[in-house]
Structures are given as C-alpha cells and as structure tokens.
Design a protein around this ligand. Structure first.
Ligand code: HH2
Length: 266
C-alpha cells in the first residue's frame, strides 16, 4: 500500500507550509487518493533532524482543521503522525483511523492504552534519541539486530496494552538517528524486520540519505532515488510505503510487488 504524506506544518523538510490551509490540504489529499494512495498520513509536528518540538495545543490547532477537511474529502483510512496521546485522541474523534507514533509509544505512556481502547492500528517506529539531537554521531554495534530487538520489544508492549497483533505495524525509522550506512543496512536487512511477524512500513521518501547518495540534490530532485529505495523495500518485505510522490511510487510499488510475488511463488 502506498501511504501519501500530508504535513500540516510550516517546517517539514519537503512539503512544509504547503498544506496548512484546510482547503489546500483537502485538494492535495483528493489528488493523492486519485493517484493511488491507499491511506494518508497527516502530521502537524515536523520530526526532521533539528526540528523544534511543538506543544500539544499548537499541534491540535494546526492538525484538526486540516484533518476534518481531509476526512470530508476522501474515504481512505487516515493515519495521524503524532507522539502525544491528547493529540491522537482528538484526531480519532475527528475521524482518524490509525496512529503513527515515531516514538513507538515511549514519549507518552498513554498512547498504547489509547490505541487499545479505541481499537485502532498503531505504527511503532524506531528512533535513536529525539529529532533535536538524533543525527549527532549515532552509533550501533549491529543496527539491524538492535532495531529488530527494539521493535520486537515495542510490539510486545503494544500487545500487553491490548492492541491486536494484526493492528501493530513496525517501522525501522529511516533517517531517525542513523547514518547513511545505518539506513542502507536497515533497508538491506528488512527481511529480518518483516520476520518479526507484523506488517512493516518504510519511509524513505526524498530523505537525506537519498540526497547523500546523489551528490546533495534537494528533496524535490530525489524522486528516482526514492523509487530505487521503494522498489527494494518492497522486495525486502515492506507492506506500506510512506511517500510524497504518490503517482510515481504507485507505479514502482505495483511493478516491484509483482516481481517479488513471482519470486515467492517460483
Ligand atoms: N518519517 C517522517 C515523519 N514521520 N513516520 C513513520 N512511521 N516513518 C517515517 O519514516 C517517518 C514518519 C519524516 O518525513 P516527513 O513527514 O516528510 O518530514 P517532517 O518530519 O519534516 O514533517
């Protein structure tokens, strides 16, 4: 499934400032669904490296008008990218269907119980540190094993909180406290994460590691590089691909998935 990214933020690294206005966000959402997005991920706090955290009141003020307008505009499931249970609760009241927590329920202890009580799926992502400082010399002994261990523990915590196993989605957190080498190792090691038994979501879209591999091109010029990473993520077992360029990545996913399935049944 292709998950379209819609950031109701002034400062996101790629689409910052473009979808703060509810009417514009709704139009962008409808266009992404028409282009083949099976879900949309709406966020109101940037988590790019060095981003300034926002308070819950400000996050709700940005998010809710956009979320309500998007909810009226499209019928696909909507996930909300937040680490705060109070924001998640308001978002679920406004029609969200899934919670995407880049801290995997560690920032706010009320997050996993809330998802259990509301019976909604949750995305649990790996991040080393916090967005403010996470790119300062991150180190791992074995990044794939450490991320797999972390995600396994967080999935267990989610099950203990009462979330159904098939409602738990795991995400290696590409770019969150990782060097280029760590990101590449994780993408190459996706089968190890898929073997944890939960659907895997991967977010590589226009990210810094793609720019690094392409000599520093800006986010808008990283579409083909993103396509390569998306194709190999599908081959590695990713089931959900979080992307900005929905029409393009829909093609990439359709072809990569067909080849991966042919290989699996051969
Ligand atoms: N990446 C970003 C934000 N949220 N959530 C999940 N589950 N996985 C990711 O890889 C992920 C995420 C960062 O990308 P973006 O939303 O485009 O930028 P920003 O954080 O600047 O808003």
């Amino acid at each position: 499934m292709v998950v379209g990214i819609l950031n109701a933020t002034p400062d996101s690294f790629s689409d910052g400032g473009r979808h703060l206005d509810p009417a514009r966000a709704a139009a962008a959402a409808a266009a992404m669904v028409a282009a083949g997005a099976g879900m949309l991920d709406v966020g109101a706090e940037s988590t790019r490296p060095g981003a300034t955290p926002v308070g819950a009141a400000e996050e709700r003020r940005r998010l809710l008008p956009v979320l309500r307008a998007v909810r009226r505009a499209v019928a696909v499931p909507l996930s909300v990218d937040t680490m705060k249970a109070s924001v998640a609760e308001a978002a679920l009241d406004a029609g969200a269907d899934v919670i995407n927590d880049v801290t995997a329920g560690r920032f706010d202890r009320r997050m996993l119980p809330l998802c259990a009580q509301a019976a909604v799926p949750v995305v649990l992502m790996h991040m080393r540190g916090t967005p403010a400082g996470m790119q300062r010399a991150p180190r791992y002994r074995d990044v794939v094993e450490e991320v797999a261990g972390f995600l396994g523990r967080r999935a267990a915590a989610a099950r203990t909180a009462g979330i159904a196993p098939d409602a738990i989605v795991l995400d290696p957190g590409i770019g969150f406290g990782k060097t280029l080498a760590h990101n590449l190792a994780l993408l190459a090691g996706l089968p190890r994460l898929a073997a944890l038994g939960h659907p895997v979501l991967v977010g590589v879209s226009r990210k810094g590691f793609v720019g690094q591999l392409l000599g520093g091109v800006p986010p808008e010029a990283r579409v083909y590089g993103t396509a390569a990473a998306v194709a190999l993520a599908v081959a590695g077992g990713a089931r959900l691909l979080r992307v900005h360029d929905v029409a393009e990545m829909r093609q990439v996913v359709a072809v990569a998935d067909a080849i991966a399935r042919a290989g699996a049944s051969a």
